[in-house]
Design a protein around this ligand. Structure first.
Ligand SMILES: NC(=O)c1ccc[n+]([C@@H]2O[C@H](COP(=O)([O-])OP(=O)(O)OC[C@H]3O[C@@H](n4cnc5c(N)ncnc54)[C@H](O)[C@@H]3O)[C@@H](O)[C@H]2O)c1
Length: 334
């Protein structure tokens, strides 16, 4: 089935980002031609330089808030993966305005442009990257796609990310309902792997960087926050299958792993697997972010819906994932 990408022209927004660059590699291996558009706000040329000389790769520096550019790129594509967004809790907590601007209007315009082509008889399926943050602080132990979205106050800027991604979901589902535009939404749960930067607050690269340098690992609050980490390769396989599954269109899917681990346990695993003697230190949210920061205690997906439409067989468990990130941070000696 995944041969269906052969010869397809695929547009990846956020193509110089962590997930976008891995997705580009995956699609190129399957014979697709990829166009990567990115404004390098959180992405990096380091993620894609190795791809630029490959046949079938087109690099377009630019912003998806540039409507003319988006219209031009859409007119030359067969499939779209929309990954461009403001990401990273540390960044979002500081920049709620940019978060909303980056996450809502470009998606709105992209979907409208795709709907226009669809109505003219040229159908271009689209994947919209959403996030587990849309559930907010729903207290349920496992989150299903039909669960309520439970946000904190607007005085707490971090909710701007989940709310803005929820609007993207409403737009995607609305276009499917209005015109059957084949849009699929994936809610990612802590996707990790090589190339992910810790600069915007992502926890695993922060821990690994500290451990390989022999510096203390800073665990926020009491470290009892529960998360599930999935390898980027497993996530990409899942979203590519979703894009090729007709019954996935017009639906939202949790995408990730469902093995819960506390952040303190994660820190301990990183220290033990690197073999370094880094200390684990606790840091208040106030010191890490600001007075207004509010966190989510537990974030675990129910993957039943995903497994009901695709063959979801993740290849990496958490130990493999940590080893892979460590290897990438220490290319020679690990
Ligand atoms: N990594 C995760 O755990 C995770 C979890 C939930 C959701 N997501 C979603 O997955 C997608 C990819 O995230 P990622 O982890 O690869 O982060 P990333 O920061 O590496 O990728 C996002 C990319 O989008 C680019 N970008 C941002 N605004 C842009 C704009 N206006 N025009 C063009 N490019 C722009 C950035 O420069 C970056 O390269 C995002 O939509 C994010 O919300 C990721």
């Amino acid at each position: 089935m995944l041969n269906s990408f052969l010869g397809k022209r695929v547009l990846i927004t956020g193509g110089a980002g962590f997930i976008g660059s891995h997705l580009a590699e995956y699609l190129l291996q399957r014979g697709a031609q990829v166009t990567l558009v990115d404004d390098l706000s959180t992405g990096s040329m380091d993620n894609i330089t190795h791809l630029l000389s490959r046949q079938g790769v087109r690099w377009v520096p630019g912003s998806v808030s540039d409507r003319r550019l988006v219209a031009e790129l859409v007119s030359q594509t067969d499939l779209v993966f929309h990954l461009a967004a403001a990401v990273g809790v540390a960044l979002i907590a500081k920049q709620p305005i940019q978060t909303i601007e980056r996450n809502v209007e470009p998606t709105q315009f992209l979907l409208a442009e795709l709907a226009r082509h669809h109505q003219l008889g040229r159908t271009i399926p689209v994947f919209i990257a959403s996030t587990s943050e849309v559930y907010g602080k729903n207290p349920k132990p496992f989150w299903c796609e039909e669960d309520d979205l439970v946000y904190g106050s607007t005085s707490k800027a971090r909710w701007s990310y989940g709310v803005s991604k929820a609007i993207d979901e409403f737009l995607a589902l609305g276009h499917f309902r209005a015109s059957r535009l084949p849009a699929v939404v994936g809610r990612f749960f802590n996707v990790v792997g090589p190339r992910q930067t810790g600069a915007y607050g992502m926890v695993l690269p922060r821990f690994v960087q500290a451990a390989v340098r022999g510096e203390p690992l800073l665990v926020h609050d009491d470290g009892q926050q529960i998360r599930c980490f999935s390898h980027v390769a497993d996530v990409i396989d899942a979203i590519c299958q979703l894009m090729l599954t007709e019954s996935a269109a017009g639906r939202v899917f949790n995408v990730g792993a469902d093995r819960p681990v506390s952040i303190l346990e994660l820190a301990q695993m990183v220290v033990s697997r690197t073999g370094n003697k880094s200390a684990i230190q606790f840091q208040t949210y106030q010191a890490a972010y600001d007075d207004d920061f509010e966190d989510i205690r537990r974030r675990v997906p129910d993957l039943s819906r995903l497994k009901s439409v695709i063959r979801y067989t993740p290849k990496f468990d958490l130990e493999d994932i940590i080893d892979d990130v460590v290897r990438w941070s220490l290319p020679v000696s690990f």
